[in-house]
Design a protein around this ligand. Sequence first.
Ligand code: AMP
Ligand code: GLY
Length: 427
Amino acid sequence: MNILILGSGGREHAFAWKVKQSPKCEKIFIAPGNGGTNKVGTNLDLDINNFDKVGDAIEKHDIGMLIIGPEDPLVNGIVDHLREDKKFENLKIIGPKAKGAILEGSKEYAKEFMKKHGIPTADAITVTKENLDETIKYMERLDPPYVLKADGLAGGKGVIITEELEEARKSLRELIEGKKFGSASEKVLIEQFLKGIEVSFFVITDGKDYRILPEAKDYKRIGEKDTGLNTGGMGAVSPVAFADRAFKEKVNNRIIKPTIEGLKKEKIDYCGFIFFGLINVGGDPYIIEYNVRMGDPETEVVLPRIKTDFLELLVAAADKNLIDTEIEYERFTASTVMYVSRGYPEFYEKGHEIIIGDVKTVLPFHAGTKMKDGKLVTNGGRVIALTGLGKNLGEALSKSYAGGQEVTWEGKRFRGDIGFDLKALGQ
Ligand code: AMP
Ligand code: GLY
C-alpha cells in the first residue's frame, strides 16, 4: 500500500519512519515534508490546505492510505471534501471529518461535550462581546490565576494564564475587541485553574472501539524549569511513571470511554487519533483539552514505544475493525529533546547550514529542516528532535543530549532539563 502523510514536522517524520517498518508499506509520500522525510520517502511540494491538490496527488501516486498530521486541514474539512468524491471511496483516511475535528477547533464545543458526557474538566464560562463588560466586572470575584482560552485554533498561542487581574482583563479585551486571533478569539473561555502535573494520553479509534497508545509528557515552555513563553513543545518523555495502573484505569473509565461513547451518542463518525491533554489533580485526571491528531513532539516518543505493526493498526482503524486488534508496547523509556532556532518561539532566523555528525545512538526526527542547494539548512523554529531509548529515563535522556552534541548550526538552542519534574518524582 502507498501512503501519503500530510505535514512537515517531527511528528510526520516519525509517522513515516514507523509505517515504513511495516511489510504492508510500499511507497511513502510526505507533503510537504522536510529535509529528513525525503530520506524515508518522497516529499511532495503542495499546500495541504488545498484539498483539490491533495486529491490530485492521491490519484497520481495511487495512494491507499492518507494520514493527516496537523489539525488545520482536519478542522477545515479535508476529510469531508475527499469523501464527497466517489473516486476516493476506498481510500483509507486517518483523521476525523470536520464534525469530529471541532473537538479541537472549538474549545467552547469541547467544553460543552465534556460537561454533557460527564467527563471531569475545569469549570468555564464563555465570554463574547455581548457579555464582555459584565464579565470584566465579575472577574473580581474569581480567584487567580486566571486562565483565558481563545475558542478557535490559534497555533498553540491561544491560552493565557496570569496571576494579575488587570492583565487578565486587558488580555480579555485584546482577544475579543482587538480580535487578537481574528475570528478564533471572538469567543473566549475563562476557565478554573487546575493545579497538578500534566500528562497526555492518546488513542486510535475507529469510532466504535479504541486502542490506547503509550502516554507521554511534553515540555511546552521555552525556558528551563517550565518558565517563559509557550512553544509547540521542547521535548517529551514516555512512559510517565506517575501515570500508574490505578491512574490509567481512572483515565480510561472517566475520560477515554465516555469520550468515545459521547462521539457515538452525538453521531460523530470518527476515525483517527484523539489526544487527551490531562492534569493529574491529587491522583484524579481532569481533561484540559482534546486534540484530534497526535502531539508533536509526543509522537517522537510514543511511536518508538509501539511494538505492534503500526500500519496494521491504522488499517484496522480505517476498516472499522479495531476490535480484532491488540496493541503491544515496548518496555523501554523514550525521551526526545527538541533542538530549536535562536529566538524561537518569537522571531528566529532560517537558512543556517546544519551539520549532522554521528547520530547512530538516537532516532533523529527532522522538523524545521530542508535541503537547499545540496545542503541541509534550518527552516523553522523547531529544527530537529533527537529521540533516545534506554532502560530508564536517565539513560534515554543521556542519549538525547549526547546526540545533540553531534548536530550543530548557528544559534542552536535546547532545554537542558527535559524530564526534570519526573526525575524529582523518582522516575
Ligand atoms: P492548551 O493549549 O489547552 O494545551 O493549554 C496550554 C497550557 O496551559 C497547558 O499545557 C497547561 O499547562 C495550561 N492550562 C490550560 N488549561 C489549564 C487549566 N484549566 N488549569 C491550569 N493550567 C491550564
Ligand atoms: N506538543 C503539544 C501539541 O502537539 O499540541
